[in-house]
Design a binder for this molecule. Structure first.
Ligand SMILES: [Zn+2]
Length: 122
């Protein structure tokens, strides 16, 4: 089940714009890598996923609420996404990549996002 990965979503475009403005070079949607990361900075060994807070269950985020109805539908979906994200992260790390997750809500504050990326991409 991987219906939740949409490409070129707005939060992803925001991250790309920040990276570009900071002068980092990157590639998109590397299908040859586990989980096909949204953004890859090969020179820095960094793979980035831009995750929607709701679908990927951003911990303690107000955008990651649990619907009150049809929980028998939502909960297994959420669990599968979280499990898959964790598995792909491990697979990438075993290949030597540093994995960053940028949450959708982080793309609402460009200054903080850029500061975080500068800190984590070396
Ligand atoms: Zn969030």
């Amino acid at each position: 089940m991987r219906a939740v990965r949409r490409e070129h979503t707005t939060p992803e475009l925001v991250v790309r714009r920040v990276l570009h403005a900071a002068g980092w070079r990157f590639r998109l949607h590397k299908r040859s890598l586990p989980g096909s990361p949204d953004i890859v900075l090969r020179k820095h060994g960094v793979a980035i996923f831009v995750h929607g807070c709701f679908w990927h269950r951003h911990p303690e985020c107000r955008y990651a609420s649990i619907p009150k109805t049809r929980q028998e539908y939502w909960l297994p979906k959420f669990a599968a996404n979280v499990e898959r994200d964790a598995r792909k992260k491990v697979e990438l790390e075993e290949l030597g990549w540093k994995v960053l997750v940028v949450w959708e809500c982080e793309t609402r504050n460009l200054a903080a996002l850029e500061e975080r990326l500068r800190r984590e991409i070396s």
